[in-house]
Write a protein that binds this ligand. Structure first.
Ligand code: ATP
Ligand code: MG
Length: 142
């Protein structure tokens, strides 16, 4: 599936619709350069999963994992700062993957080989200042 958004608000709205279609145990891997909108879209997904707006922090930044409470636990994992797979595993990555929450992973390419086959992949491309192409594969029931 391919989408085009023309503002961060549109990306949040798309995220909300996707979030509403997710189930506990779903894993979403986000790919895309700095500023392509991964965190923005994850905010929408968290909203769609029932997380209150005021509970959403902008980005995990120094902490690599933020947990939100929606209909199920939501683990927002940002691997930007990790250097190697050992560091990824040291945060308990597999426990998040195979726990009962929804996992939303930024810079997922840093843990590519750990991702199960049923991972839903979301690729964001910056087309212009405000335009993004968002390609989603592996999502059913949407
Ligand atoms: N259509 C759009 N969709 C998403 N964000 C947009 C869009 N147009 C403009 N933006 C802006 O682009 C920026 C996206 O930032 P965001 O933190 O979501 O990116 P990111 O991919 O998570 O970056 P990083 O790799 O640094 O974590 C925000 O400042 C947002 O307002
Ligand atoms: Mg981000």
């Amino acid at each position: 599936m391919e989408f085009h958004t023309k503002s961060s608000e549109e990306t949040i709205e798309l995220g909300e619709k996707i979030g509403a279609a997710l189930k506990p145990g779903d894993i979403l891997a986000f790919y895309g350069e700095l500023g392509s909108g991964k965190t923005t879209m994850i905010k929408g997904i968290a909203l769609g999963l029932g997380v209150k707006e005021e509970d959403i922090v902008k980005s995990p930044s120094f902490i690599m994992v933020n947990e939100y409470k929606g209909q199920s636990p939501i683990f927002h994992i940002d691997l930007y700062r990790v250097k190697n797979l050992g560091e990824v595993l040291s945060i308990g990555f597999d426990d998040y993957l195979y726990g009962n929450g929804v996992c939303l992973i930024e810079w997922a390419e840093k843990a590519e080989n750990e991702l199960p086959q049923n991972t839903i992949k979301v690729e964001l491309t910056t087309l212009s200042f405000q335009e993004r192409k968002i390609t989603i594969s592996g999502l059913t029931g949407f």
